[in-house]
Design a protein around this ligand. Structure first.
Ligand SMILES: [Zn+2]
Length: 350
């Protein structure tokens, strides 16, 4: 969505409230006391009321905004900013845009949004042809390791291990699913004929990234079994981290990276390495060395936006990326705390 479209759709706090109310009513507002699905809205108090037991349900109850003291327009504008760019925005950049005097509430809001993006993507599994590899992302040296000699290579305290899984599909197939999602399935034939003779045969469809505690085969096996369809064709290098995969997947192709790494990367695992490079460079450029405990949240945002990249510029609000984020913000809650300092309650900060 373009900035002027955002301003014309949401000129006031009331406009944001009206829209969020409509989204919640469409999803069904459940009474926390008697579980009745109620649609009664008390406009003056801006709350729902259960027609059965009379219970009052705040507009943001059971959503990611629950307990937040920030206005809905601050949430909406932040969601607009986050969904307008490919990269993972920093709260330091968003804070002045909102005219906010304090940094913690903005940081927390964005981390909560990243948290629910991860929850949403977790419901989908990857299928078809799936490339899989591990990557190392730069992180700040953890406090407990400060003062230690910094190790080089895979065991370095400066690096987090990340499992990256990329589903690639034929270009035609990705195009068709995009067109169908926009009710334009009838145009598929026209676009398919445009693709004929083009050199792009396979493109990245969806991706997933997970911060790993270690590179043990069992650790990787558990994640892959959970998020990759059993009938997928899994393509990996020949590292020991992947030894269990052949037992589970009927089609596991592994290739040795020894000797000619570049050739294997280009010919066998091209997409996973392209995705790793773009994501790692983008996060490093904007955030520098991130705190290891928050890296997964940044990856969540990158993956969620990447997986819906075709919707970023949609002119139809029905499909716009911003609207998708508003919808999931109404569906999920987040228990992320300010820098995970449990002793500080959310409500003191946000
Ligand atoms: Zn009730």
């Amino acid at each position: 969505m373009l900035l002027h479209q955002f301003h014309s759709r949401f000129p006031t706090e009331d406009a944001c409230i009206e829209y969020f109310k409509a989204v919640r009513m469409q999803q069904g507002v459940s009474c926390p006391e008697c579980k009745t699905i109620t649609h009664k809205w008390l406009g003056g108090r801006k709350v729902f009321q259960c027609p059965q037991c009379g219970c009052l349900i705040p507009l943001t109850k059971g959503t990611v905004m629950e307990h937040s003291k920030l206005s809905l327009s601050s949430w909406f504008y932040t969601m607009h900013l986050m969904t307008s760019v490919k990269q993972v925005l920093s709260a330091k950049e968003v804070q002045p845009q909102l005219g906010a005097s304090q940094y913690p509430p903005i940081w927390l809001m964005m981390m909560k949004l990243r948290n629910i993006m991860g929850k949403r993507d977790a419901i989908y599994e990857l299928s078809g042809e799936v490339e899989l590899d591990e990557a190392f992302f730069p992180i700040r040296v953890p406090e407990e390791a400060q003062g230690e000699t910094i190790r080089r290579g895979a065991g370095s305290q400066r690096q987090a291990k990340v499992l990256v899984i990329v589903e690639s599909k034929s270009a035609d197939e990705v195009l068709l699913s995009y067109l169908k999602s926009q009710d334009k399935g009838d145009k598929a034939g026209k676009f398919a004929s445009m693709m004929k003779g083009k050199s792009i045969k396979k493109v990245v469809h969806y991706i997933k990234m997970f911060v790993l505690d270690n590179l043990n085969a069992n650790t990787i096996d558990k994640i892959v079994r959970e998020y990759v369809a059993k009938d997928a064709v899994v393509i990996t290098d020949n590292s020991s981290s992947h030894v269990n995969l052949s037992e589970y997947f009927s089609k596991h192709e592994s290739f040795t990276e020894k000797g000619n790494v570049d050739e294997v990367v280009k010919s066998v695992l091209p997409w996973v390495h392209i995705v790793i490079g773009r994501c790692r460079d983008g996060i490093a450029a904007i955030h520098g060395d991130v705190d290891a405990q928050f890296l997964q949240l940044y990856l969540n945002e990158y993956c969620w936006k990447f997986n819906r990249r075709f919707f970023r510029d949609s002119s139809d609000p029905k499909y716009d990326l911003f609207d998708r984020l508003v919808k999931i913000s109404a569906l999920y809650t987040s228990d992320i705390k300010w820098r995970n300092y449990e002793q500080i309650d959310d409500e003191d900060v946000i």
